[in-house]
Design a protein around this ligand. Structure first.
Ligand code: PMP
Length: 361
C-alpha cells in the first residue's frame, strides 16, 4: 500500500466533511436568493460561519469565506491600507501579495528575528500590520507568535497570521492575533475553500468586487458545499493525538540518523509541527528523491508542494542560511494522524536503497 507522507500539501478529506457535503448536495438554492430555497442554504452557511467563528473566539461577522489561504492572505495584506511587515519565511501567497512589503529576517532555525522586528516597528508614523505565519509549510517551524503579539501591542500595530498549517495541529495560538488565514484542505476539509477570520474589525479593501457577498469583502457566490465541508472538518480538528505523531517523527529522525549518519535534519532545533521533518540526503537532488520514493510507493515532497513542480531553490531555506547544495537535496516528510506500524521501517528501507543507488552512479 502506498504511504502518503505529504499532509502539509493536503490532508485527505475526513468523513465528517464528506457527510456534510453529501447532505448539502441534496439542496438547491443560492444563498443570496430571498425565497425559501435560498434562505435554507443561507441558514446552513451562517451556521458554518458561526462554528468557524466560535473555534477562533471571533464574531460570526468576522468570518469571511474565501477560496483558501492564498485568497485570505491577499484580502488581509492587499486589503490593509498601511505598511506591511512580513517574515522572510512566509508562504509565497503572503510574500508576493504586496510588492511593497518590508521583509523581517529570521534566524538559522527559521524563527522570526524579534530584535529586527522591533527595530522595524520603532519606525512609527504609518498604520502597520505584521504578518507572521503560525507554522511553516516546508520546515514545520512554529513561530513565536506570543512574542510577536506582545511587540505588536507595544507598538500598536495589527497582527495577521497565516495559520494554514497549524490549525488542528497546534493548541490554540491565536490569542492577540487580529486576522487569521485558513485553508480547509490542510485540516481534512475540501480543497478550494478557506477563510479570513477577523478577530478585530479592521477596515479592509475588498479584493473581489461585484455581488457584495461576505459583507462586500469577497464578492462571488459562496462555495456552499466547500463551506459545509470546511466547518465539519474544523469541528473534528483537535490538537490531541498529535503528540504521538511527534514521537513517531522523532523516532524516525533518530533511527534514520543511526542508519545514515550523513543525513541532515533542517530546522530541528526549533519548535516544529509534530508531523513535519525536512531532511537532506547529501548528493541526491530533491526531485530524484521524490521520484524514487514515489516509485517505491511513498509520497513525499521537495519543500513546498507549490514549488516542488518547479525545481527552484527554496526562498525559505535561503532565508535561514541553508546552503543551496543542502537545500537542493532536501525532502519534506509530513505525517497525518493515522500511521501504519511499519512506517519507519519502510521509510528507512527505501531511503537506504536510494542512497546506495546514488552512491554507485
Ligand atoms: N499558506 C501556507 C502556510 C500554506 O502551506 C499554503 C498551502 N501550501 C497556503 C498558504 C495556500 O493555501 P491554499 O492553496 O489553500 O490557498
Amino acid at each position: 500500500m502506498t504511504l502518503y507522507l505529504d499532509y502539509n500539501a493536503t490532508a485527505p478529506l475526513c468523513k465528517e466533511a464528506r457527510k456534510a457535503m453529501e447532505e448539502g448536495m441534496t439542496l438547491v438554492g443560492n444563498a443570496s436568493s430571498v425565497h425559501q430555497f435560498g434562505r435554507h442554504v443561507r441558514q446552513k452557511i451562517e451556521q458554518a460561519r458561526l462554528e468557524v467563528a466560535n473555534f477562533f473566539n471571533a464574531k460570526s461577522a468576522g468570518v469571511i469565506f474565501t477560496s483558501g489561504a492564498t485568497e485570505a492572505n491577499h484580502l488581509a495584506l492587499c486589503g490593509f491600507q498601511g505598511r506591511v511587515i512580513v517574515s522572510a519565511v512566509e508562504h509565497d501567497s503572503v510574500d508576493q501579495a504586496r510588492p511593497d512589503r518590508i521583509v523581517c529576517p529570521v534566524d538559522r532555525q527559521g524563527r522570526i528575528d524579534l530584535t529586527a522586528l522591533e527595530s522595524l516597528l520603532k519606525d512609527k508614523g504609518q498604520r502597520t500590520m505584521v504578518s507572521v505565519m503560525a507554522a511553516n509549510n516546508e520546515t514545520g517551524v512554529v513561530q513565536p507568535l506570543a512574542q510577536v503579539v506582545e511587540l505588536a501591542k507595544q507598538y500598536e500595530v495589527f497582527v495577521h497570521c497565516d495559520a494554514a498549517q497549524a490549525v488542528g495541529r497546534l493548541p490554540s495560538f491565536w490569542e492577540g492575533i487580529d486576522l487569521v488565514s485558513l485553508s480547509a484542505h490542510k485540516l481534512g476539509g475540501p480543497q478550494g475553500v478557506g477563510a479570513l477570520v477577523m478577530r478585530t474589525e479592521i477596515p479592509l479593501k475588498a479584493q473581489l468586487r461585484g455581488g457584495g457577498q461576505e459583507r462586500s469583502l469577497r464578492s462571488g457566490t459562496e462555495n456552499f458545499l466547500g463551506i459545509l465541508g470546511f466547518a465539519a472538518a474544523l469541528k473534528e480538528a483537535k490538537s490531541d493525538g498529535w503528540a504521538a505523531v511527534g514521537r513517531l517523527r522523532d523516532t524516525l529522525e533518530v533511527r534514520l540518523k543511526e542508519q545514515q549518519p550523513e543525513v541532515v535534519f533542517l530546522a530541528n532545533e526549533a519548535l516544529r509541527l509534530p508531523n513535519t521533518t525536512l531532511m537532506a540526503m547529501k548528493g541526491v537532488q530533491s526531485a530524484t528523491q521524490v521520484m524514487s520514493f514515489d516509485l517505491a510507493g511513498i509520497a513525499v515532497s521537495a519543500g513546498s508542494a507549490c514549488s516542488s513542480g518547479k525545481v527552484k531553490p527554496s526562498r525559505v531555506l535561503a532565508a535561514m542560511g541553508v546552503p543551496e547544495e543542502l537545500a537542493g537535496c532536501s525532502i519534506r516528510v509530513s505525517l497525518g494522524l493515522a500511521n501504519p506500524p511499519d512506517l519507519i521501517d519502510r521509510f528507512l528501507g527505501v531511503w537506504a536503497g536510494i542512497y546506495e543507488r546514488a552512491g554507485t552512479l
